[in-house]
Design a protein around this ligand. Structure first.
Ligand code: SF4
Length: 320
């Protein structure tokens, strides 16, 4: 199956559960085969994520250190100037990134000067020849159009978890709000980046339900980040047990099998993974990692760029 027309959009929960539950080595073997049929398996995309506006968010996502209501050590930072953002983007490109994602801790985008500044940032990063991505919260159809016209390539809006478990993690918005923004992004012709987090206390069925929502979209998201919870001190989930590495591998492999053409991104939580553990995720079909400035991914620790480049070299992987 290497033809886009053969992509499936009619998965059932039972289909995906059966894949997820396969004996681990069989699961990884099958996912690796699909990965090789659809992608160059020795290539990894390095993406850089920059927080352009940090903290002070009115939402209550239980995992997030940027929610104003939690007492975390996160330093609140207003929207960065365009010049600063473009300097970061230039540096990211020099370090080997081909995608640059700008994140703002907003509930939703407002039609104000800050959004005008974001539009200018998108234009500037686009000119550098990077895939430009933004994650800014909820978006209207018109705002999505403006971003598209400025050259936005991708918009990140994670489902985070299943529709069923959503209200246990976030009470200030609904799962359907997420779907609505994703639809607005699609309508504007921007590619979709949407994935989730494991380690929130969700069940295996919740993980499958989340993947099912993504895999049965009319068009699969071009990008699916799989995150392991980064347990931020001061958030309600700070004492959750560490996400199990084999659960991560199963999630990556199931996503790879269900959405063969998609970039599967090994995202937050890599600090808690050894190099061999990350290698398992690459074998299971992950083909992108995030690097952050100053060894952070937004507000949580992340391996440094030189460490990542060394890991890729150790594993015989090259940058896309
Ligand atoms: S995840 Fe995003 S929306 Fe939720 S609290 Fe953090 S910054 Fe706000």
């Amino acid at each position: 199956m290497t033809n886009r027309e053969e992509l499936r959009h009619d998965w059932t929960k039972e289909d995906l559960l059966a894949i997820y539950n396969k004996p681990l080595l069989q699961l990884v073997y099958e996912a690796a085969g699909i990965h090789r049929a659809w992608h160059k398996a020795d290539e990894i995309q390095l993406s850089t994520l920059l927080s352009v506006k940090t903290g002070g968010c009115p939402e209550d996502c239980s995992y997030c250190g940027q929610a104003a209501r939690y007492h975390t050590d996160i330093k609140v930072q207003d929207l960065l100037p365009k010049e600063t953002v473009l300097a970061h983007a230039k540096k990211a490109k020099e370090n080997g990134s081909s995608r640059f994602c700008m994140a703002a801790a907003w509930r939703e985008v407002r039609d104000n000067r800050d959004f005008d500044s974001i539009i200018e940032m998108v234009k500037g990063v686009n000119k550098l020849g990077l895939e430009v991505c933004c994650t800014l919260g909820m978006l209207t159809e018109n705002q999505a159009k403006r971003l598209k016209e400025a050259g936005l390539y991708a918009y990140n809006h994670n489902l985070d978890t299943s529709a069923e478990y959503y209200e246990k993690i976030i009470s200030t918005r609904k799962f359907d709000n997420r779907i609505n923004t994703i639809n607005n992004v699609r309508k504007a012709g921007i590619t979709v980046c949407s994935g989730g987090i494991i380690g929130l206390g969700e069940s295996k069925e919740d993980r499958i339900s989340m993947l099912l929502t993504l895999a049965n979209m009319e068009k699969h998201p071009e990008s699916v980040p799989i995150n392991a919870l980064a347990r931020v001190k001061g958030t309600p989930l700070q004492n959750n047990p560490k996400a199990d590495i084999w659960d991560m591998v199963r999630m990556v492999a199931t996503a790879r099998i269900a959405m063969p053409d998609t970039m599967i991104r090994l995202s937050a939580g890599r600090m808690d993974m050894t190099e061999p553990e990350q290698a398992w995720c690459f074998m299971a079909g992950a083909n992108s990692i995030f690097s952050g400035e100053r060894e952070t991914l937004l507000v949580t620790p992340n391996p440094g760029i030189s460490e990542d480049l060394q890991m890729l070299q150790n594993l015989g992987l090259k940058l896309l």
